[in-house]
Write a protein that binds this ligand. Structure first.
Ligand SMILES: [Zn+2]
Length: 230
């Protein structure tokens, strides 16, 4: 094989190596922290926080209603006791009790709504917890396959690395240097119908002649890539 062809083969192996490394990294991080499990854990924590907040509000509302109920009863008792004779005072107290009853009824409605919310929050926690279990089960059942993939990719990576090193070693060092000096990526481009397939600029006729002879490294005059016949 000529240098340009070797360098193209080398470039392809380097690309393959990068893809494999990316895959290996992705699977390794998936095995460490499964994003589905993390998301389900976060959702469960949020549902629990919501449930707790409603429980606190329920307790507050219970306490408040108890205070209001006691006050209302004592005022009612006073009203019924016959101790108050003054009609104005009696009227005021009766109005007061009426208001208390009305607002107490409102509080009871609010309490019922809160209890509905608390029930919904319980359901949300239960569902989030089931989803977390599912995510964990899925992660566990995916694990053997992931580990298998990981092993086969690691084996493939070792082969690709050995191959690319072997090919690189066959390239004469001036040509290796030419490859390393190319500033654009990827450094090798194929030529088809007199065109550099990386930048689509036509290769000069002298360039094409040298390429056909195939002894020396020819670089694209536009992009600087090392050219190889497709
Ligand atoms: Zn080019």
């Amino acid at each position: 094989m000529k240098s340009a062809q070797l360098l193209l083969a080398y470039q392809r192996l380097v690309e393959k190596e990068r893809e494999l490394r990316d895959e290996i990294e992705r699977v390794e991080s998936l095995l460490n922290v499964n994003p589905d499990v993390v998301a389900a854990e976060e959702a469960l924590a949020a549902a629990r926080a919501g449930e707790q907040a409603i429980q606190l509000r329920l307790m507050d509302s219970d306490r408040e209603r108890e205070t209001h109920r006691t006050r209302m009863r004592s005022r009612e008792k006073e009203l019924m006791s016959g101790r108050i004779r003054n009609p104005t005072e009696l009227m005021q107290l009766s109005d007061e009790v009426k208001h208390m009853k009305a607002s107490f009824a409102e509080e009871e409605d609010a309490q019922l709504r809160l209890m509905d919310e608390a029930e919904a929050a319980d359901v949300a926690v239960r569902e989030a917890s089931e989803r977390l279990d599912d995510a964990r089960t899925r992660a566990t059942s995916d694990e053997p396959t992931l580990r298998q993939n990981l092993e086969s990719w690691q084996a493939e990576l070792a082969i690709v690395q050995a191959d690319s090193q072997a090919i690189w070693a066959q390239v004469p060092s001036p040509d290796q240097n030419a490859y390393l000096r190319v500033r654009v990526h990827p450094p090798v481009a194929e030529v088809d119908r007199n065109q550099c397939l990386a930048c689509h600029v036509t290769v000069t006729s002298s360039g094409m002649q040298m390429l056909r002879k195939g002894d020396a490294i020819v670089q694209c005059e536009n992009c600087g890539r090392i050219l190889v016949m497709a």
